[in-house]
Design a protein around this ligand. Structure first.
Ligand code: SF4
Length: 117
């Protein structure tokens, strides 16, 4: 699930450095259009031996979450879909919205380690 294109963390090793051909950040306005049962079911077919939807490929999953509140929409949707795992991939401490949503076992938050700088 694409929560944006571009990332201001700008990690030197990130594939986005060579992949993107625009310097701006693009954030979708309409993720509600994707959080629809038919589309979600179609997205989870055939890739894994369990139902999984990831995010964080084209931007950090939480870097803009204080602006977008995407984590709230996503968790509120998937907490009622216990057979589907949703994954946020992040380096961010921008977790205020995330924490306010409460936990549910099918939401996975994956942090990778940052250098101090
Ligand atoms: S935080 Fe992730 S998406 Fe952002 S630049 Fe670093 S590796 Fe790329």
């Amino acid at each position: 699930m694409n929560l944006g294109m571009g990332c201001t963390y700008d990690c030197s090793y990130c594939f986005l450095q060579g992949y993107l051909n625009v310097h701006g950040i693009i954030i979708p306005y309409n993720i509600d259009d994707y959080l629809v049962d038919d589309k979600i079911v179609a997205s989870t077919k055939g890739f894994f031996n369990y139902n999984r939807i990831g995010s964080g490929e084209f931007t950090d999953s939480l870097i803009f979450d204080d602006l977008t509140n995407f984590s709230k929409k996503i968790i509120n949707y998937f907490k009622h879909k216990k057979n589907i795992y949703f994954e946020f991939k992040t380096k961010s401490t921008n977790i205020h919205t995330l924490l306010s949503c409460g936990g549910t076992e099918n939401i996975v938050i994956a942090w990778s380690v940052n250098a101090k700088k």
